[in-house]
Design a protein around this ligand. Sequence first.
Ligand code: SF4
Ligand code: SF4
Length: 430
Amino acid sequence: MSLHLFTQNGDTFVFHPVTLQSARLSAKGDFPLWPSCTTLDLKGKTPAVPSAGTLVLMLTYACNMACRYCCQGEIPDTEQFELPEEIARKSIDWLISVSGNNPEVGLGFMGGEPFMKFQLMKSLTSYAREKTRKAGKSLKIGAMTNGLLLTDEIIDFIASNTMQLTVSFDGPLSVQNANRVLKDGTPSYEKIVPNLLRLTSRCPFVSVRPTVFADENLDEVFAECRRLGFRECRLATVSSSLLPDGIQNDESTATDALISHFTRQADRLIAASENRDKPAVSMIAFDAVFREAVKDVVIANDELRPPRRRWFSCGAGRSFLTVDVRGNIFPCPRFMALPAYCMGSVLDGTFEHGDLKKSLVLEGEECRECWARHLCGGGCIVEHVSGTGSMFRANQNTCRLRKSKYEQAIRVACSLDTPSLEFMMKYLRR
Ligand code: SF4
Ligand code: SF4
């Protein structure tokens, strides 16, 4: 394992994969005085498997929209595809029983469109509140919605529960209407936008998640989401492996487009921080994926703090679990199409972490040798499985994107002087 070196716009940067420190090399090419990568022994430092903290319930597979890239196809609104209340309650009991010393547990509602089951959602929230109160824990709830059913009653519920809500919405009218249509094929933008404006005016804490194809103008997507009042935007790309037959998405081109986007964001953030331009820094902070990468790299450069190395990219299969409509436990909702990753059932209480407790940073074929492994944590397991057939072999497109994002974050962190960095960090907060 060696230091990672890269050059951009004539500057050369260096990153230490174990201490997570980074620097811009001087014109003479002097290297900073860092410990060698091989003398640092991290054996036995992998974090233990945490207790479960959040459970997502698939309330229904049915949906009131017909998005062009949806992986779930046409699912009828029948009981066979809905979570029975009895299984949902068992799931909540199970979550509390496996949550160990966690003082707080999270309950997420997904679908399909989860607000099609609003009465069930309300009933389960009351049940979970009562159960967690008796267990001496607090409860947070969340959901992912397409925004179509956001009535005043539902917005009241979201506001009164300070629900961690993410709206799947693709931004500009032309993009939203091309990708996300109603069941009868008619456009959705005009129907959803008034709901979103009422939502964000009452609940300024909600986020948006646009899903984009390669050819989208990302600046316009961000600008529209900001105009609608969201707190932050977490951009996702269309995953080819999940697309219905007949819809094409060139993942390599999509990756190139996002790499260009991160490069532009880095250029803008450097200029905005040097010019003390608060609105421009805040605009970039809206891009949650890039903001988090920059903050991670800047914080890692603080010699007074011990490095926060990532061993996992997300909590799926460890602190974060999902229950499908039959009570089967999966790592996260995107695993439900992969029966081999079923971890047990809340009906009989069986539960095994299996390979999900393994850190790809240690066991992934590419990850264990990757310079970015302790920033990245090994990537998204679903993306690896869908791209290569194995969770232990990395999806090259997502890797290329992740590495580029961290290189741009390193470039930002190492190009700014201390006052500019302090200014940037102040306004990158959310
Ligand atoms: S997923 Fe890719 S970028 Fe992330 S650690 Fe593994 S090889 Fe590196
Ligand atoms: S495994 Fe992938 S899709 Fe699932 S929660 Fe983690 S990052 Fe997200």
